[in-house]
Design a protein around this ligand. Structure first.
Ligand SMILES: NC(=O)c1ccc[n+]([C@@H]2O[C@H](COP(=O)([O-])OP(=O)(O)OC[C@H]3O[C@@H](n4cnc5c(N)ncnc54)[C@H](O)[C@@H]3O)[C@@H](O)[C@H]2O)c1
Length: 441
């Protein structure tokens, strides 16, 4: 029986701040961090609301391509100007803005983030960090060179459930990690209600600037409410990354943090329920092989991803077949025990008769958003900045490249940024940018 007194609180898991060499502030040397929000509704609203709730922030500008989605932010900060184009926001309010939140659909993350970093702004960007691997590399490099404070919008990283699970693994409660299965009930298509481009869409609402919404992607017509904008874009390959893109960064995060996985996979192989050239599959499974770390039992680690309702088998774990797995989460099999980590749930350790329910401490939740604000004010870079976020995102995005070549094991040369055994697959590491939206990555 492993009891609480045997649990060693691991400062490495609790610590979220790393030293940054210099105080980093924008041009506004008042006591408040002056923040602008890009993408004002959906997740953008909660990002902006959380940032504005910090005692030392002031919201100084907003941007949304859809003016009908700016009512809430206007009430939050009536004096802050609202723009449809983030370039106008940065040009007009640039000398007031210290930091920006980027909460747009995935295909625009890199374009906006790279511009904001180049203009000396701290950036909080939603997950996944980018839409393709080349963009992730470019954003990580730009963030490092800028010295600005960055954070991936993986807010559950700071929640008690994930922090406590990370600490429990790093305390050795389940031993060295032998095998990982992670899954989400989300599906790669279904949010938009379409699997092909809709014919005869309704007229574009007058509040929307469609050219700005499409941005870097190839132009297509507005499809109707929630087909692409808002929300439905996740399904579409040109804009989103399916269920793996939507949930992979969240669900892999505690696993990667616990085992200090700071490398991309060595290989990935996928199968799925069928796909076309527009939307992601309803169900995918991706088998990754990662290099081992000091927390793994061997010098490689097999990690399998499932979505759309697919679940792993518990065979090979300490979980009895009679126990139901949660609809989303991870099964982390160690050489002493197994952790079932529900997405947004307290970790459960198996065999149940060998672990007391208080076998590990529940670390308090931290405010992820405020942690970034505090970092911007103090010059302390959170440990899950864009360096971490880019590597996590790269792993997720490589899984989706494997999805495009079902049942083919793709070998990844991380330093060379190249799939070495299937040249054609390398085309998906980057995209062609629409005329007028060129990004040099
Ligand atoms: N961390 C989380 O738990 C979480 C949850 C949901 C979504 N997300 C992420 O947040 C991002 C947004 O997702 P969502 O579900 O809110 O999408 P959404 O389409 O519902 O909302 C996006 C908002 O951004 C606006 N927008 C779109 N393009 C823009 C642009 N170029 N410039 C300015 N504004 C623009 C839209 O009008 C809309 O208000 C995605 O990256 C998504 O993965 C994260």
């Amino acid at each position: 029986m492993i009891r609480r007194r045997e649990f060693l609180a691991q400062t490495s898991a609790a610590a979220t701040l790393l030293a940054c060499p210099a105080i980093v502030r924008g041009q506004n040397l008042n006591s408040r961090l002056q923040v602008a929000g890009i993408g004002c509704d959906g997740k953008g609203w909660s990002d902006i609301k959380e940032m504005s709730d910090h005692a030392q922030t002031q919201m100084v500008g907003f941007c949304d391509i859809d003016l009908a989605r700016t009512e809430k932010v206007k009430q939050l900060a009536p004096d802050a100007p609202v723009f449809q184009n983030f370039k106008d926001l940065l040009a007009d309010q640039g000398d007031k803005i210290d930091a920006v939140t980027v909460s747009t659909p995935d295909h625009m993350h890199a374009y906006i983030t790279l511009d904001a970093l180049a203009q000396g702004k701290h950036v909080y960007c939603q997950k996944p960090l980018t839409h393709n691997v080349a963009e992730s590399r470019a954003v990580a490099k730009a963030a490092k060179e800028s010295g600005k404070i960055t954070r991936l919008g993986n807010q559950i990283h700071s929640h008690t459930f994930y922090r406590s699970a990370v600490a429990a693994i790093q305390a050795g409660l389940i031993g060295k990690v032998k095998r990982v299965h992670s899954w989400s009930s989300a599906t790669g298509h279904g949010k938009s209600g379409h699997i092909s481009v809709p014919k005869n869409p309704p007229p574009l609402p007058t509040s929307v600037n469609w050219d700005l919404w499409v941005g870097v992607a190839p132009m297509r017509d507005y499809g109707g409410d929630r087909v692409y904008h808002p929300w439905g874009w996740r399904d579409w390959q040109d804009f989103g990354n399916g269920a793996l893109g939507d949930f992979g960064c969240h669900i892999f995060d505690p696993v990667f943090t616990a085992i200090e996985m700071n490398k991309a996979p060595l290989s990935m192989k996928a199968d799925h329920s069928g796909m076309n050239d527009q939307v992601w599959p309803a169900q995918t499974r991706v088998e990754y092989q990662f290099p081992g770390t000091k927390w793994t039992a061997a010098d490689t680690l097999e990690v399998t991803w499932y979505d759309g309702g697919l679940l792993p088998s518990v065979s090979g774990s300490h979980v009895p077949p009679t126990d139901a797995l949660p609809s989303q989460g991870s099964l982390i099999i160690g050489d002493k025990g197994t952790m079932v980590l529900k997405h947004m749930g307290r970790a459960k350790l198996y065999p149940l008769d060998q672990y007391a329910t208080d076998a590990f401490d529940d670390l308090p939740s931290l405010n992820h958003y405020h942690g970034w604000v505090d970092g911007c004010l103090s010059g302390q870079q959170p440990s899950d900045g864009f360096d971490y976020g880019a590597k996590l995102t790269e792993s997720v995005l490589l899984g989706n490249i494997a999805v495009r070549y079902a049942n083919k094991k793709l070998l990844w040369d991380e330093p060379a940024m190249k799939i070495t055994n299937h040249n054609e697959a390398n085309q998906w590491l980057r995209r062609d940018y629409r005329a007028g939206w060129k990004l040099d990555v």
